[in-house]
Design a protein around this ligand. Structure first.
Ligand code: ATP
Ligand code: MG
Length: 333
């Protein structure tokens, strides 16, 4: 069972990334053979960015992942830009990707309207590179949040089209979307997902936020004019808080509702804040220890890149051969 997922080194990682993705990565280390996690700097350049800041954020993200419990001895953790196979496979897969499908992707539509200067071709191509990331490792399972469902469908289509056209070379991956926390919502605008690039500052809880900041954000969280602490489609704010509490405490949604039957919104918000402070505290502490040693972080990434390259280069050789691209290589006897 090959597990693969990618995370952007843009901005600061938030509670949605933590619950929806990072905790699944940590759990995946026990099931993946191997579990492969990639920090996707090549994806980060599809929107406006500063090169020096990108490097800083990459270290931030690496340290957060290690602090959260990724263990380089039990997983492959690397930087996308260190493994050339991703970019090459992206180009090769573009030949079996329909431009109309890329145009319809929600993420492309949402992010292109946010761009002030330039809507890059890279933003349109983002899902093709993502398909390359996953398919290069012949991945079976991709742990992601709900927002990535559409991109996963696209990469399955790409893999199937490739195999139909060139022979059975690629593995068609399945997504793994968690039952709780797949779509953590912005605390101020609970109709939207908590997001690095598109959310509100006060509605976004960062993994590295100080306890006081976390408490303040939950205190101001938007709820509704009702009084009941239950999940409902017309109660996105309260539903979100119930999910966050369940994830932070490791209990079921029903259990949270039972515990809080008859409770007050104000007390509930405070309890959620306390639980999240406690949940993130060990990560924040460990991060502070790990982040300063950039040489050590580079060592981890370099070792991961070597392992990743060894796998991806085999897939690329098969893809090139099947497509008739480049010099013909006789397979080793
Ligand atoms: P951006 O908004 O710029 O796309 P992001 O917040 O989505 O950034 P990514 O690095 O793109 O961050 O996502 C990393 C992982 O976190 C992905 O698997 C994604 O599905 C998941 N994720 C992102 N936001 C949420 C959320 N609000 N709830 C649950 N999972 C999320
Ligand atoms: Mg995203």
């Amino acid at each position: 069972m090959v597990i693969f997922s990618g995370i952007q080194p843009t901005g600061r990682k938030h509670l949605g990334n933590y619950i929806g993705a990072i905790t699944q990565y940590v759990a995946g280390q026990d099931r993946g053979d191997p579990a492969i996690y990639c920090i996707v700097d090549l994806h980060a350049i599809t929107v406006d960015y500063e090169p020096a800041v990108l490097r800083e954020r990459l270290y931030d993200t690496t340290a957060i992942l290690l602090a959260a419990g990724l263990d380089p001895a039990r997983c492959v953790l690397f930087r996308q830009g260190d493994v050339n196979e991703h970019a090459e496979l992206c180009w090769l897969l573009s030949s079996v990707t329909a431009i109309g499908e890329l145009n319809r992707m929600h993420q492309f539509r949402d992010k292109s309207v946010q761009q002030r200067q330039l809507v890059s071709a890279g933003l349109l191509f983002y899902p093709v590179l993502q398909a390359a990331d996953v398919l290069a490792y012949r991945t079976h399972e991709v742990p992601v949040g709900e927002d990535q469902r559409e991109h996963l469908e696209l990469m399955r289509d790409v893999a199937e089209r490739f195999n139909a056209r060139f022979g059975d070379v690629l593995v068609v991956p399945e997504h793994r979307i968690p039952e709780v926390g797949a779509r953590v919502r912005d605390l101020q605008e609970p109709d939207r997902k908590m997001s690095t690039t598109g959310g509100t500052e006060q509605g976004t809880v960062y993994v590295l936020d100080e306890p006081d900041a976390i408490r303040r954000k939950f205190k101001r969280a938007v709820t509704d004019s009702g009084t009941e602490i239950v999940r409902a489609p017309d109660k996105p704010g309260i539903t979100n808080l119930i999910e966050i509490l369940a994830a932070a405490r490791g209990v079921s949604l029903d259990e949270v509702e039972r515990d809080w039957a008859g409770g007050r919104y104000g007390d509930f918000k405070q309890a959620v804040a306390d639980a999240v402070v406690e949940y993130l505290m060990p990560v924040r502490e460990r991060y502070a220890e790990l982040r300063p040693d950039e040489a050590a972080l580079e060592d981890v990434l370099a070792e991961g890149a070597d392992k990743a390259r060894a796998i991806a280069s085999r897939t690329l050789a098969d893809v090139r051969a099947a497509m008739g691209v480049g010099r013909s290589v006789t397979p080793a006897a």
